[in-house]
Write a protein that binds this ligand. Structure first.
Ligand code: HEC
Length: 161
């Protein structure tokens, strides 16, 4: 049953307007959910101050010998290693399409205990420390890392297959 008032035309206009306002509020909320919120989430995910070019230069100096110029795991040092370096361009693909930021940062700066237990992968925590910046991990938690690592990770992100 309709709750529309059966009174004067004026009252009917007021009624219509009130409903209109409700519809506009609803539209605004839907718009906020669909447009604004995802933008905020993406902005938080990637550290805006990350510099891909600096990250690439760091990669070429410190990582390419083992992981390769194209980060496919086939650097010139790979043949002499017992454990083969990983392809760093396939990190997202191997993780169901999501860049495993937390694991990657932990491996590079050495807070992942795996590194200190016999892997050929060097620890770069001291080399890349300083200028700490926050990043969002794939689960949305903030994670602090040295500035150079933030740049390096931005580069690795940019080359995912
Ligand atoms: C001396 C050779 C060597 C160098 C240099 C090296 N790595 Fe590695 N890296 C490895 C090896 C071997 C593995 C695979 C074994 C393991 O996971 O510990 C690995 C694994 C990794 C992983 C783990 C991948 C995963 O799936 O979790 C990351 C991330 C990584 N390296 C990043 C880097 C970055 C960034 C640099 C440069 C700052 C670098 N590596 C330099 C040898 C190296």
């Amino acid at each position: 049953m309709s709750d529309a008032p059966k009174t004067s035309p004026k009252a009917q206009v007021v009624f219509a307007l009130r409903h209109c306002r409700r519809a506009i509020t609803l539209l605004a909320m839907v718009w906020a959910l669909l447009v604004v919120l995802p933008t905020v989430a993406t902005a938080q995910e990637i550290d805006n101050s990350a510099d891909v070019a600096t990250g690439r230069a760091l990669y070429m100096t410190h990582c390419a010998t083992c992981h390769g110029l194209e980060a496919e795991g086939n650097g010139p040092m790979a043949p002499v290693l017992l454990v083969q370096p990983k392809s760093l361009a396939a990190l997202s693909v191997e993780n169901g399409g999501i860049f495993p930021l937390k694991r990657v940062v932990a491996r590079i700066d050495g807070r992942d205990p795996l590194v200190s237990h016999g892997s050929a992968m060097p620890v770069y925590g001291e080399v890349f420390q300083g200028d700490d910046r926050a990043m969002k991990t794939e689960t949305g938690q903030p994670m602090l890392a040295g500035g150079p690592i933030v740049d390096l990770v931005a580069y690795l992100r940019s080359i995912q297959q």
